[in-house]
Design a protein around this ligand. Structure first.
Ligand code: FAD
Length: 341
């Protein structure tokens, strides 16, 4: 049988990492990435890129933990290599603070991040409105450099990149044997997934190089995440809002909330305001399907719906999607050897 032709649709953090895992696991495949938008114009470019998971209600905790662990281990190795600055991956320490002690004191990811502990009374004095806090070190991706770094690695492996809007996955059946759907919120239209909905997020990128520690309010709504070239201030979570236009009153509100957590931000210079739509659903859709029409077949693997946690989980879900691609390749080989009998 000829080398299987595989297309990954989507060039956000999920599509590019999935393409990398497929290229590594199945180097004989002819692999292409097709996307309407590449960096710096994807939702993944807007993200803060922090590795702090959010719990997805429809996925067992042990599975989410495994995805996070694989992602953390992978990025930790990059942060500890000569590639770190080009890939935009670095360690960052800081605090998650709460106005009252949370019901669940130990989140499921507490033994994966580094040095997780309860904050001391002395540390809590920095946050007079908060009663309880957790200190830890985690990883952060500077998103556009990380996406570019993945693109560069894919091109070096001979993977083709095409700017193309796909109207229906079936339109790819004459060119590819296997299609991997990593379209993020685009999957709502692309495969008509009504369980997928946007959670709009607005963030500010500011210049404040003196801010070295992250601060996250335990409700997850207000956060200060220092990166390599800017500090991300957030945020909002607006369910079912499709608007990509920044709202000036929201910008003011985010800035005020962040200044009350870190007063030195009053002196920060605003660089840009960005909006992105988190591709949300009760669970990530990681699934294999066979589509057929009039005797023709297309093998489809879905990997989308990462909501607020695309960066935190991407490597784990990409590996699982690559395994599903492996099952598709085995099915193709099986049907080709049967046809020869
Ligand atoms: P996307 O980045 O949206 O990529 C989808 C790709 O599919 C794009 O290339 C698009 O052009 C392509 N596409 C879509 N439809 C089609 C089509 N029909 N044809 C061809 N191509 C198509 N997560 C974290 O883990 N940590 C954080 O700190 C964090 N902060 C965030 C802050 C904000 C404000 C927002 C909005 C999100 C944040 N997230 C964070 C979540 C994270 O951004 C997402 O989970 C992640 O970006 C989803 O990646 P994706 O590759 O699935 O989607």
């Amino acid at each position: 049988m000829a080398a299987p032709k595989v297309a990954v649709v989507g060039a956000g953090v999920v599509g590019l990492s999935t393409a990398l895992c497929v290229a590594d696991a199945f180097p004989a495949c002819a692999l292409a990435v097709l996307a309407e938008r590449f960096t710096p114009s994807t939702t993944s470019d807007v993200a803060a890129g922090m590795l702090i998971p959010h719990t997805a209600p429809g996925t067992p905790i042990h599975v989410q933990k495994q995805w996070f662990k694989e992602t953390f281990t992978y990025l930790f190795a990059i942060s500890n290599s000569a590639e770190a600055s080009e890939a935009g991956v670095h360690l960052v320490s800081g605090w998650q603070v709460f106005k009252s002690t949370p019901g669940e004191e130990l989140p499921f990811w507490s033994d994966i991040v580094l040095g997780f502990r309860t904050m001391s009374e002395a540390e809590l004095q920095k946050f007079p409105q908060h009663r309880y806090g957790q200190a830890f070190t985690t990883l952060k991706c500077d998103c556009p450099p990380y996406l570019l770094w993945m693109e560069k690695r894919l091109k070096a492996k001979g993977v083709q990149m095409y700017t193309r809007k796909v109207e229906n996955l079936w339109e790819l059946h004459s060119e590819y044997n296997i299609v991997v759907n990593c379209a993020g919120i685009g999957a709502h239209q692309l495969v008509g997934d009504q369980q997928l909905f946007p959670v709009r997020g607005q963030v500010l990128k500011v210049h404040a190089p003196w801010v070295k520690n992250f601060v996250r309010d335990g409700d997850g709504l207000t956060y200060i995440y220092p990166g390599i070239s800017s500090v991300t201030l957030g945020g909002t979570r607006e369910k079912e809002s499709w608007s990509l236009s920044p709202d000036p009153s929201t910008t003011k509100d985010i800035f005020g909330r962040c200044c009350s957590l870190e007063p030195s931000l009053q002196a920060a210079q605003e660089v840009k305001v960005q909006v992105g739509l988190r591709p949300s659903r009760a669970n990530v859709r990681l699934q294999r399907e066979v589509w057929s029409q009039g005797g023709a077949k297309l093998l489809v693997v879905h990997n989308y719906g990462h909501g607020s946690g695309g960066f935190s989980m991407h490597r784990g879900t990409a590996k699982e999607a690559a395994q599903l691609v492996g099952e598709c390749i085995a099915a193709l080989q099986d049907s080709s050897s049967r046809a020869k009998l």
